[in-house]
Design a binder for this molecule. Structure first.
Ligand code: SAM
Length: 336
């Protein structure tokens, strides 16, 4: 029996059914799958734009803690490791959403054939797309992905998707240009199966939201550095109350451009990468709830009450900026 089938039997009581379900009567509803789902930032952006015209038929996320946050917010427990799931067991869908982790794979591997990209997580997106041929594939990755391995990694992605019939559009966009004050450059790739000639990425929005708009009104004592060992090292450098700072091992870096530095997954380890600020009560780090707001999530998002702060920071840093996703989703809607 295939691993994926065993997996299905084990989990089928609590998860969505893994059955094919394309039905001509609901073709106007975009059926979506959410891969490397994290806390569902990409899903959220698409849901805001497509509302009841998008239906999620499958999701996958390997991290148990992220699964819990996803369940709390979307009422669905994602399936686990995507590499262990047979593409035939995934329901039919019209769009794949995937903010896949960046991994090395080269053109040399690609030349040996499609199968040679096996073992990399992009391959899992590609094999699912090859089997199901959804109309749209939406991918997100770090900016450096374009130049990774001298551009070879990106070339493999492009050629692999072109080989199975897709036309790719891609652009690096910065969150700070979409009315959320965070410096976060990411590459967004939209691939269409049908001939789409007039797709364009969104233009920047007017910046209205400021750092102070996103700060919590009440902050727990535990987020303050006052009287903690780091306080003495940073207190003289942290002067302004409308700027965010970062502790870089031996010195404090000020972000002079009125935006939050890029939030990263390693905020969850040791806490040193969490941006720092000064308010009336003292010097403190951003709370996970504030990090979530700097990722463009609205008040309806929740972390599970018992989730460790380290996981909350990691999940916020790993996510996408919902506002940017929303703007791209609007552009996709325009060409459908
Ligand atoms: C960059 S994050 C994507 C976050 C997501 N876009 C969001 O908005 O929260 C990549 C995610 O892929 C997950 N992941 C890594 N390997 C995986 C695998 N083999 N199967 C499923 N998920 C995996 C990680 O746990 C992580 O949450």
């Amino acid at each position: 029996m295939k691993v994926a089938n065993l997996f299905r039997i084990k989990n089928n009581l609590e998860r969505m059914p893994l059955t094919k379900s394309m039905n001509s009567s609901d073709i106007k509803i975009l059926k979506a799958i959410d891969l490397f789902a994290g806390i569902g930032g990409i899903r959220r952006g698409f849901q805001k734009v497509f509302q009841d015209k998008i239906k999620f038929v499958f999701s996958s996320e390997i991290d148990k803690n992220a699964q819990k946050t996803y369940q709390l917010n979307y009422n669905e427990i994602p399936h686990g490791d995507i590499t262990a799931i047979d593409e035939a067991d995934i329901p039919s869908h019209d769009i794949i959403l995937a903010g896949f982790p960046c991994q090395a794979f080269s053109v040399a591997g690609y030349r040996k054939g499609f199968e040679d990209t096996r073992g990399t997580l992009f391959f899992d997106v590609a094999r699912i797309a090859k089997y199901h041929k959804p109309k749209i594939i939406f991918l997100e990755n770090v900016k450096g992905f374009v130049g990774h391995d001298k551009g070879r990694t990106f070339e493999v992605v492009k050629r692999t998707l072109e080989d199975i019939g897709y036309t790719l559009y891609y652009e690096v966009l910065n969150t700070k240009d979409f009315n959320i004050p965070q410096n976060r450059e990411r590459i967004y790739i939209v691939a269409f199966l049908d001939n789409v000639e007039n797709f364009t990425f969104p233009k920047p929005l007017e910046p209205i939201i400021t750092i102070s708009d996103l700060l919590d009104k009440k902050v727990d004592e535990k987020f303050y550095y006052n009287n903690k060992p780091l306080y003495e090292k940073i207190k003289d450098d942290i002067k302004s109350s409308d700027t965010l700072y970062q502790w870089r091992r031996h010195y404090v870096r000020e972000n002079k451009n009125n935006v939050c530095p890029t939030l990263t997954a390693n905020m969850g380890t040791g806490g040193h990468n969490v941006p720092i600020l000064k308010d009336k009560k003292g010097i403190r780090k951003l709370t996970p709830n504030e990090c979530i707001k700097f990722q463009g999530f609205d008040e309806s998002f929740k972390f599970p009450k018992d989730l460790a702060l380290s996981h909350q920071y990691k999940q916020a840093g790993n996510s996408v900026t919902v506002t940017v996703i929303e703007e791209i989703a609007k552009c996709i809607k325009n060409v459908l």
